[in-house]
Ligand binder design. Structure first.
Ligand code: B16
Ligand code: MG
Length: 212
């Protein structure tokens, strides 16, 4: 493999928290009587909490103040964090665990690059809190994906330059971010269809055979 490091997105790549984000945002949207469905939820992949709220409020006739928006985002996060307590190590598939272990045995440095401010909580819930060589998340950055900041910090913490690292992403915003930072990317799910993606993968274990 030509990469010395791999930076994994968290939500949608290593584990799936989509349903929890959906449930939490849906409760908020119902309270303020705004239409919110899975199609809108899909647009929130990889996007920060406040940017997600702005997308949800596009449907609202009322103009919300910054304070009101912060209160709504905090309320959503409290519901979401409560739902995260349901996560267990079984939320990371055996295929994903085996792939991470094989990559490590091949001497590749492994990092997480996630927009989520709850990254460390999620990693703890699924038993991966001490696994990665570096973690860069929503608490480290001032610009969220599609800005490359989160991946640039991850690469720096690995002691590597962007061209030495591969970013693995499920979100279009994440593939944009990787490209903007000078990283190659592997797109999974919706992100595999992005024109800028370096590798299209169907599952995480495909990372083991990229150059075959
Ligand atoms: P939080 P990722 C992203 O994580 C999620 O895909 C996105 O839906 C969420 O809004 C964002 O984290 C912020 O999450 O509210 O926990 O800070 O895909 O970049 O790992
Ligand atoms: Mg994601």
């Amino acid at each position: 493999m030509r990469y010395k490091g791999i930076i994994f997105d968290l939500d949608g790549v290593l584990c799936c928290t989509d349903q929890y984000h959906y449930e939490a945002w849906k409760q908020i949207a119902d309270e303020i009587s705004i239409c919110f469905d899975k199609t809108i939820n899909n647009r929130l992949r990889g996007i920060s909490r406040m940017d997600s709220l702005d997308i949800i409020l596009e449907k609202s006739e009322k103009k919300y103040t910054q304070e009101e928006k912060e209160a709504l985002a905090e309320k959503k996060n409290n519901i979401y964090r409560q739902l995260l307590t349901r996560m267990t190590p079984e939320d990371v598939s055996q295929d994903t665990r085996d792939t991470l272990n094989t990559l490590r045995l091949r001497g590749i440095k492994l990092a997480v690059g996630s927009s989520s401010k709850n990254t460390k909580t999620i990693l703890k819930q699924v038993g991966l809190e001490d696994f990665f060589d570096a973690v860069s998340d929503g608490t480290d950055i001032t610009h969220s994906k599609p800005h490359p900041e989160v991946f640039l910090i991850a690469a720096k913490r690995l002691g590597l330059k962007p061209p030495q690292c591969l970013v693995v992403e499920d979100a279009l915003a994440g593939i944009e971010a990787a490209g903007a930072g000078g990283f190659d990317s592997a797109g999974i799910g919706e992100a595999a269809a992005h024109g800028r993606v370096t590798w299209r993968i169907g599952e995480i274990s495909d990372l083991l055979n990229l150059e075959k």
